[in-house]
Design a protein around this ligand. Structure first.
Ligand code: NAD
Length: 307
């Protein structure tokens, strides 16, 4: 077996070191507030890891537990508090469209998760900067961004190609099309030149920029393809199915596939290492590093430009 298993700690370490050094050398105290209004064990675990990583890197992190009915008012209060530079909410709260509403209650200037309409719109439209002079990069949703960083780390992004086209020729399957992770990730990877098969419980869609990347931003089409047809032709398979029983059949995967799991459950079978060239079993630490990176960007863009 020649599979290389890469842990998220390894991938995130250079980002954590850079964050730590920047915060220390500039003598700043960026503050992140996380709102926990549910009892979801994954959310609680995520909040604990965020707290630990923030402490290590020098970010001030405050977890505020509240009743979901009070959450909106609490977010508004945090929006108006100049001592807070970033706000995040542990979803799901209501588990429906009300969560989307709450994502837009968070001020654009404090949205470390990159989930408000402005950032999501820019991402889908492949608009990479917030200003005309192209000095302020857009904030990207942190879990999809973390997966981009994982793909960069393991060399799926081809640095010889121009920025923006570095996934040209790669075929990537993403099994998850949630609005928080799977769909934005498919769009990001297709905008970067990849051919992406996006799988959800209902169907397979293809996200791409056309032959020779002739389109400026991705387009999407429904397909009649079955997952068994796309797995053997995929260079990379990214999974995020939130059920313990779901397993990608190793037998259907291409020899040498790159397998990345972001679900809280192991979506690959135990024998994945017999087929994969690289296996990334979890990405949580990279997500938190991206959260902190977004926080520092927002700190500079909107909050404390004079400090
Ligand atoms: P979700 O419930 O919103 O979405 C699940 C997606 O999986 C949907 O698109 C659904 O259609 C698809 N799906 C479900 N069963 C399927 C099947 N049998 N075949 C194909 N597709 C199927 O969940 P979510 O918010 O996207 O989270 C998914 C998982 O990722 C969870 O385990 C969550 O804890 C984890 N997560 C991890 C991070 C991280 O940074 N590590 C961040 C966010 C979410």
């Amino acid at each position: 077996m020649s599979c290389k298993v890469i842990l998220s700690k390894e991938i995130s370490s250079s980002y954590r070191e850079e964050l730590k050094a920047t915060i220390k050398s500039r003598g700043i105290k960026p503050k992140l507030v996380g709102f926990l209004a549910n009892e979801d064990p994954s959310a609680i675990k995520y909040a604990e890891s965020t707290s630990k990583t923030c402490e290590e890197t020098g970010v001030v992190f405050e977890l505020r537990k509240c009743d979901k009915e009070q959450l909106e008012d609490q977010i508004i209060e945090a929006n108006d508090d100049d001592s807070i530079h970033g706000i995040m909410v542990y979803y799901p709260v209501f588990g429906d469209r009300q969560d989307q509403y709450l994502q837009n209650v968070v001020s654009v200037s404090k949205d470390v998760e990159g989930l408000c309409h402005k950032y999501i719109y820019n991402m889908y439209h492949n608009k990479r900067f917030l200003d005309e002079k192209q000095t302020m990069k857009c904030i990207l949703p942190c879990t999809p961004l973390a997966i981009v960083k994982v793909l960069e780390y393991i060399g799926v992004y081809n640095a010889v190609l121009p920025y923006g086209n570095r996934l040209h020729g790669r075929v990537i399957t993403i099994i998850n099309r949630s609005e928080i992770v799977g769909r934005p990730l498919a769009a990001l990877l297709a905008n970067d030149g990849g051919k992406v098969y996006s799988v959800d419980i209902n169907n397979v869609q293809e996200f791409h920029r056309g032959t020779g990347l002739k389109l400026k931003r991705h387009e999407v089409r429904d397909t009649n393809l079955k997952i068994e047809e796309i797995l053997p032709v995929s260079d990379v398979v990214v999974t995020g199915v939130p059920t313990p029983s779901y397993k990608v059949p190793t037998g259907s995967l291409r020899d040498g596939v790159i397998a990345i799991n972001f679900s809280a459950f192991k979506n690959f079978e135990d024998n994945i290492k017999e087929k994969a060239s690289i296996y990334v079993p979890a990405i949580g630490k990279v997500t938190i590093a991206m959260l902190e990176r977004n926080l520092l960007r927002l700190y500079d863009y909107y909050n404390c430009q004079s400090s």
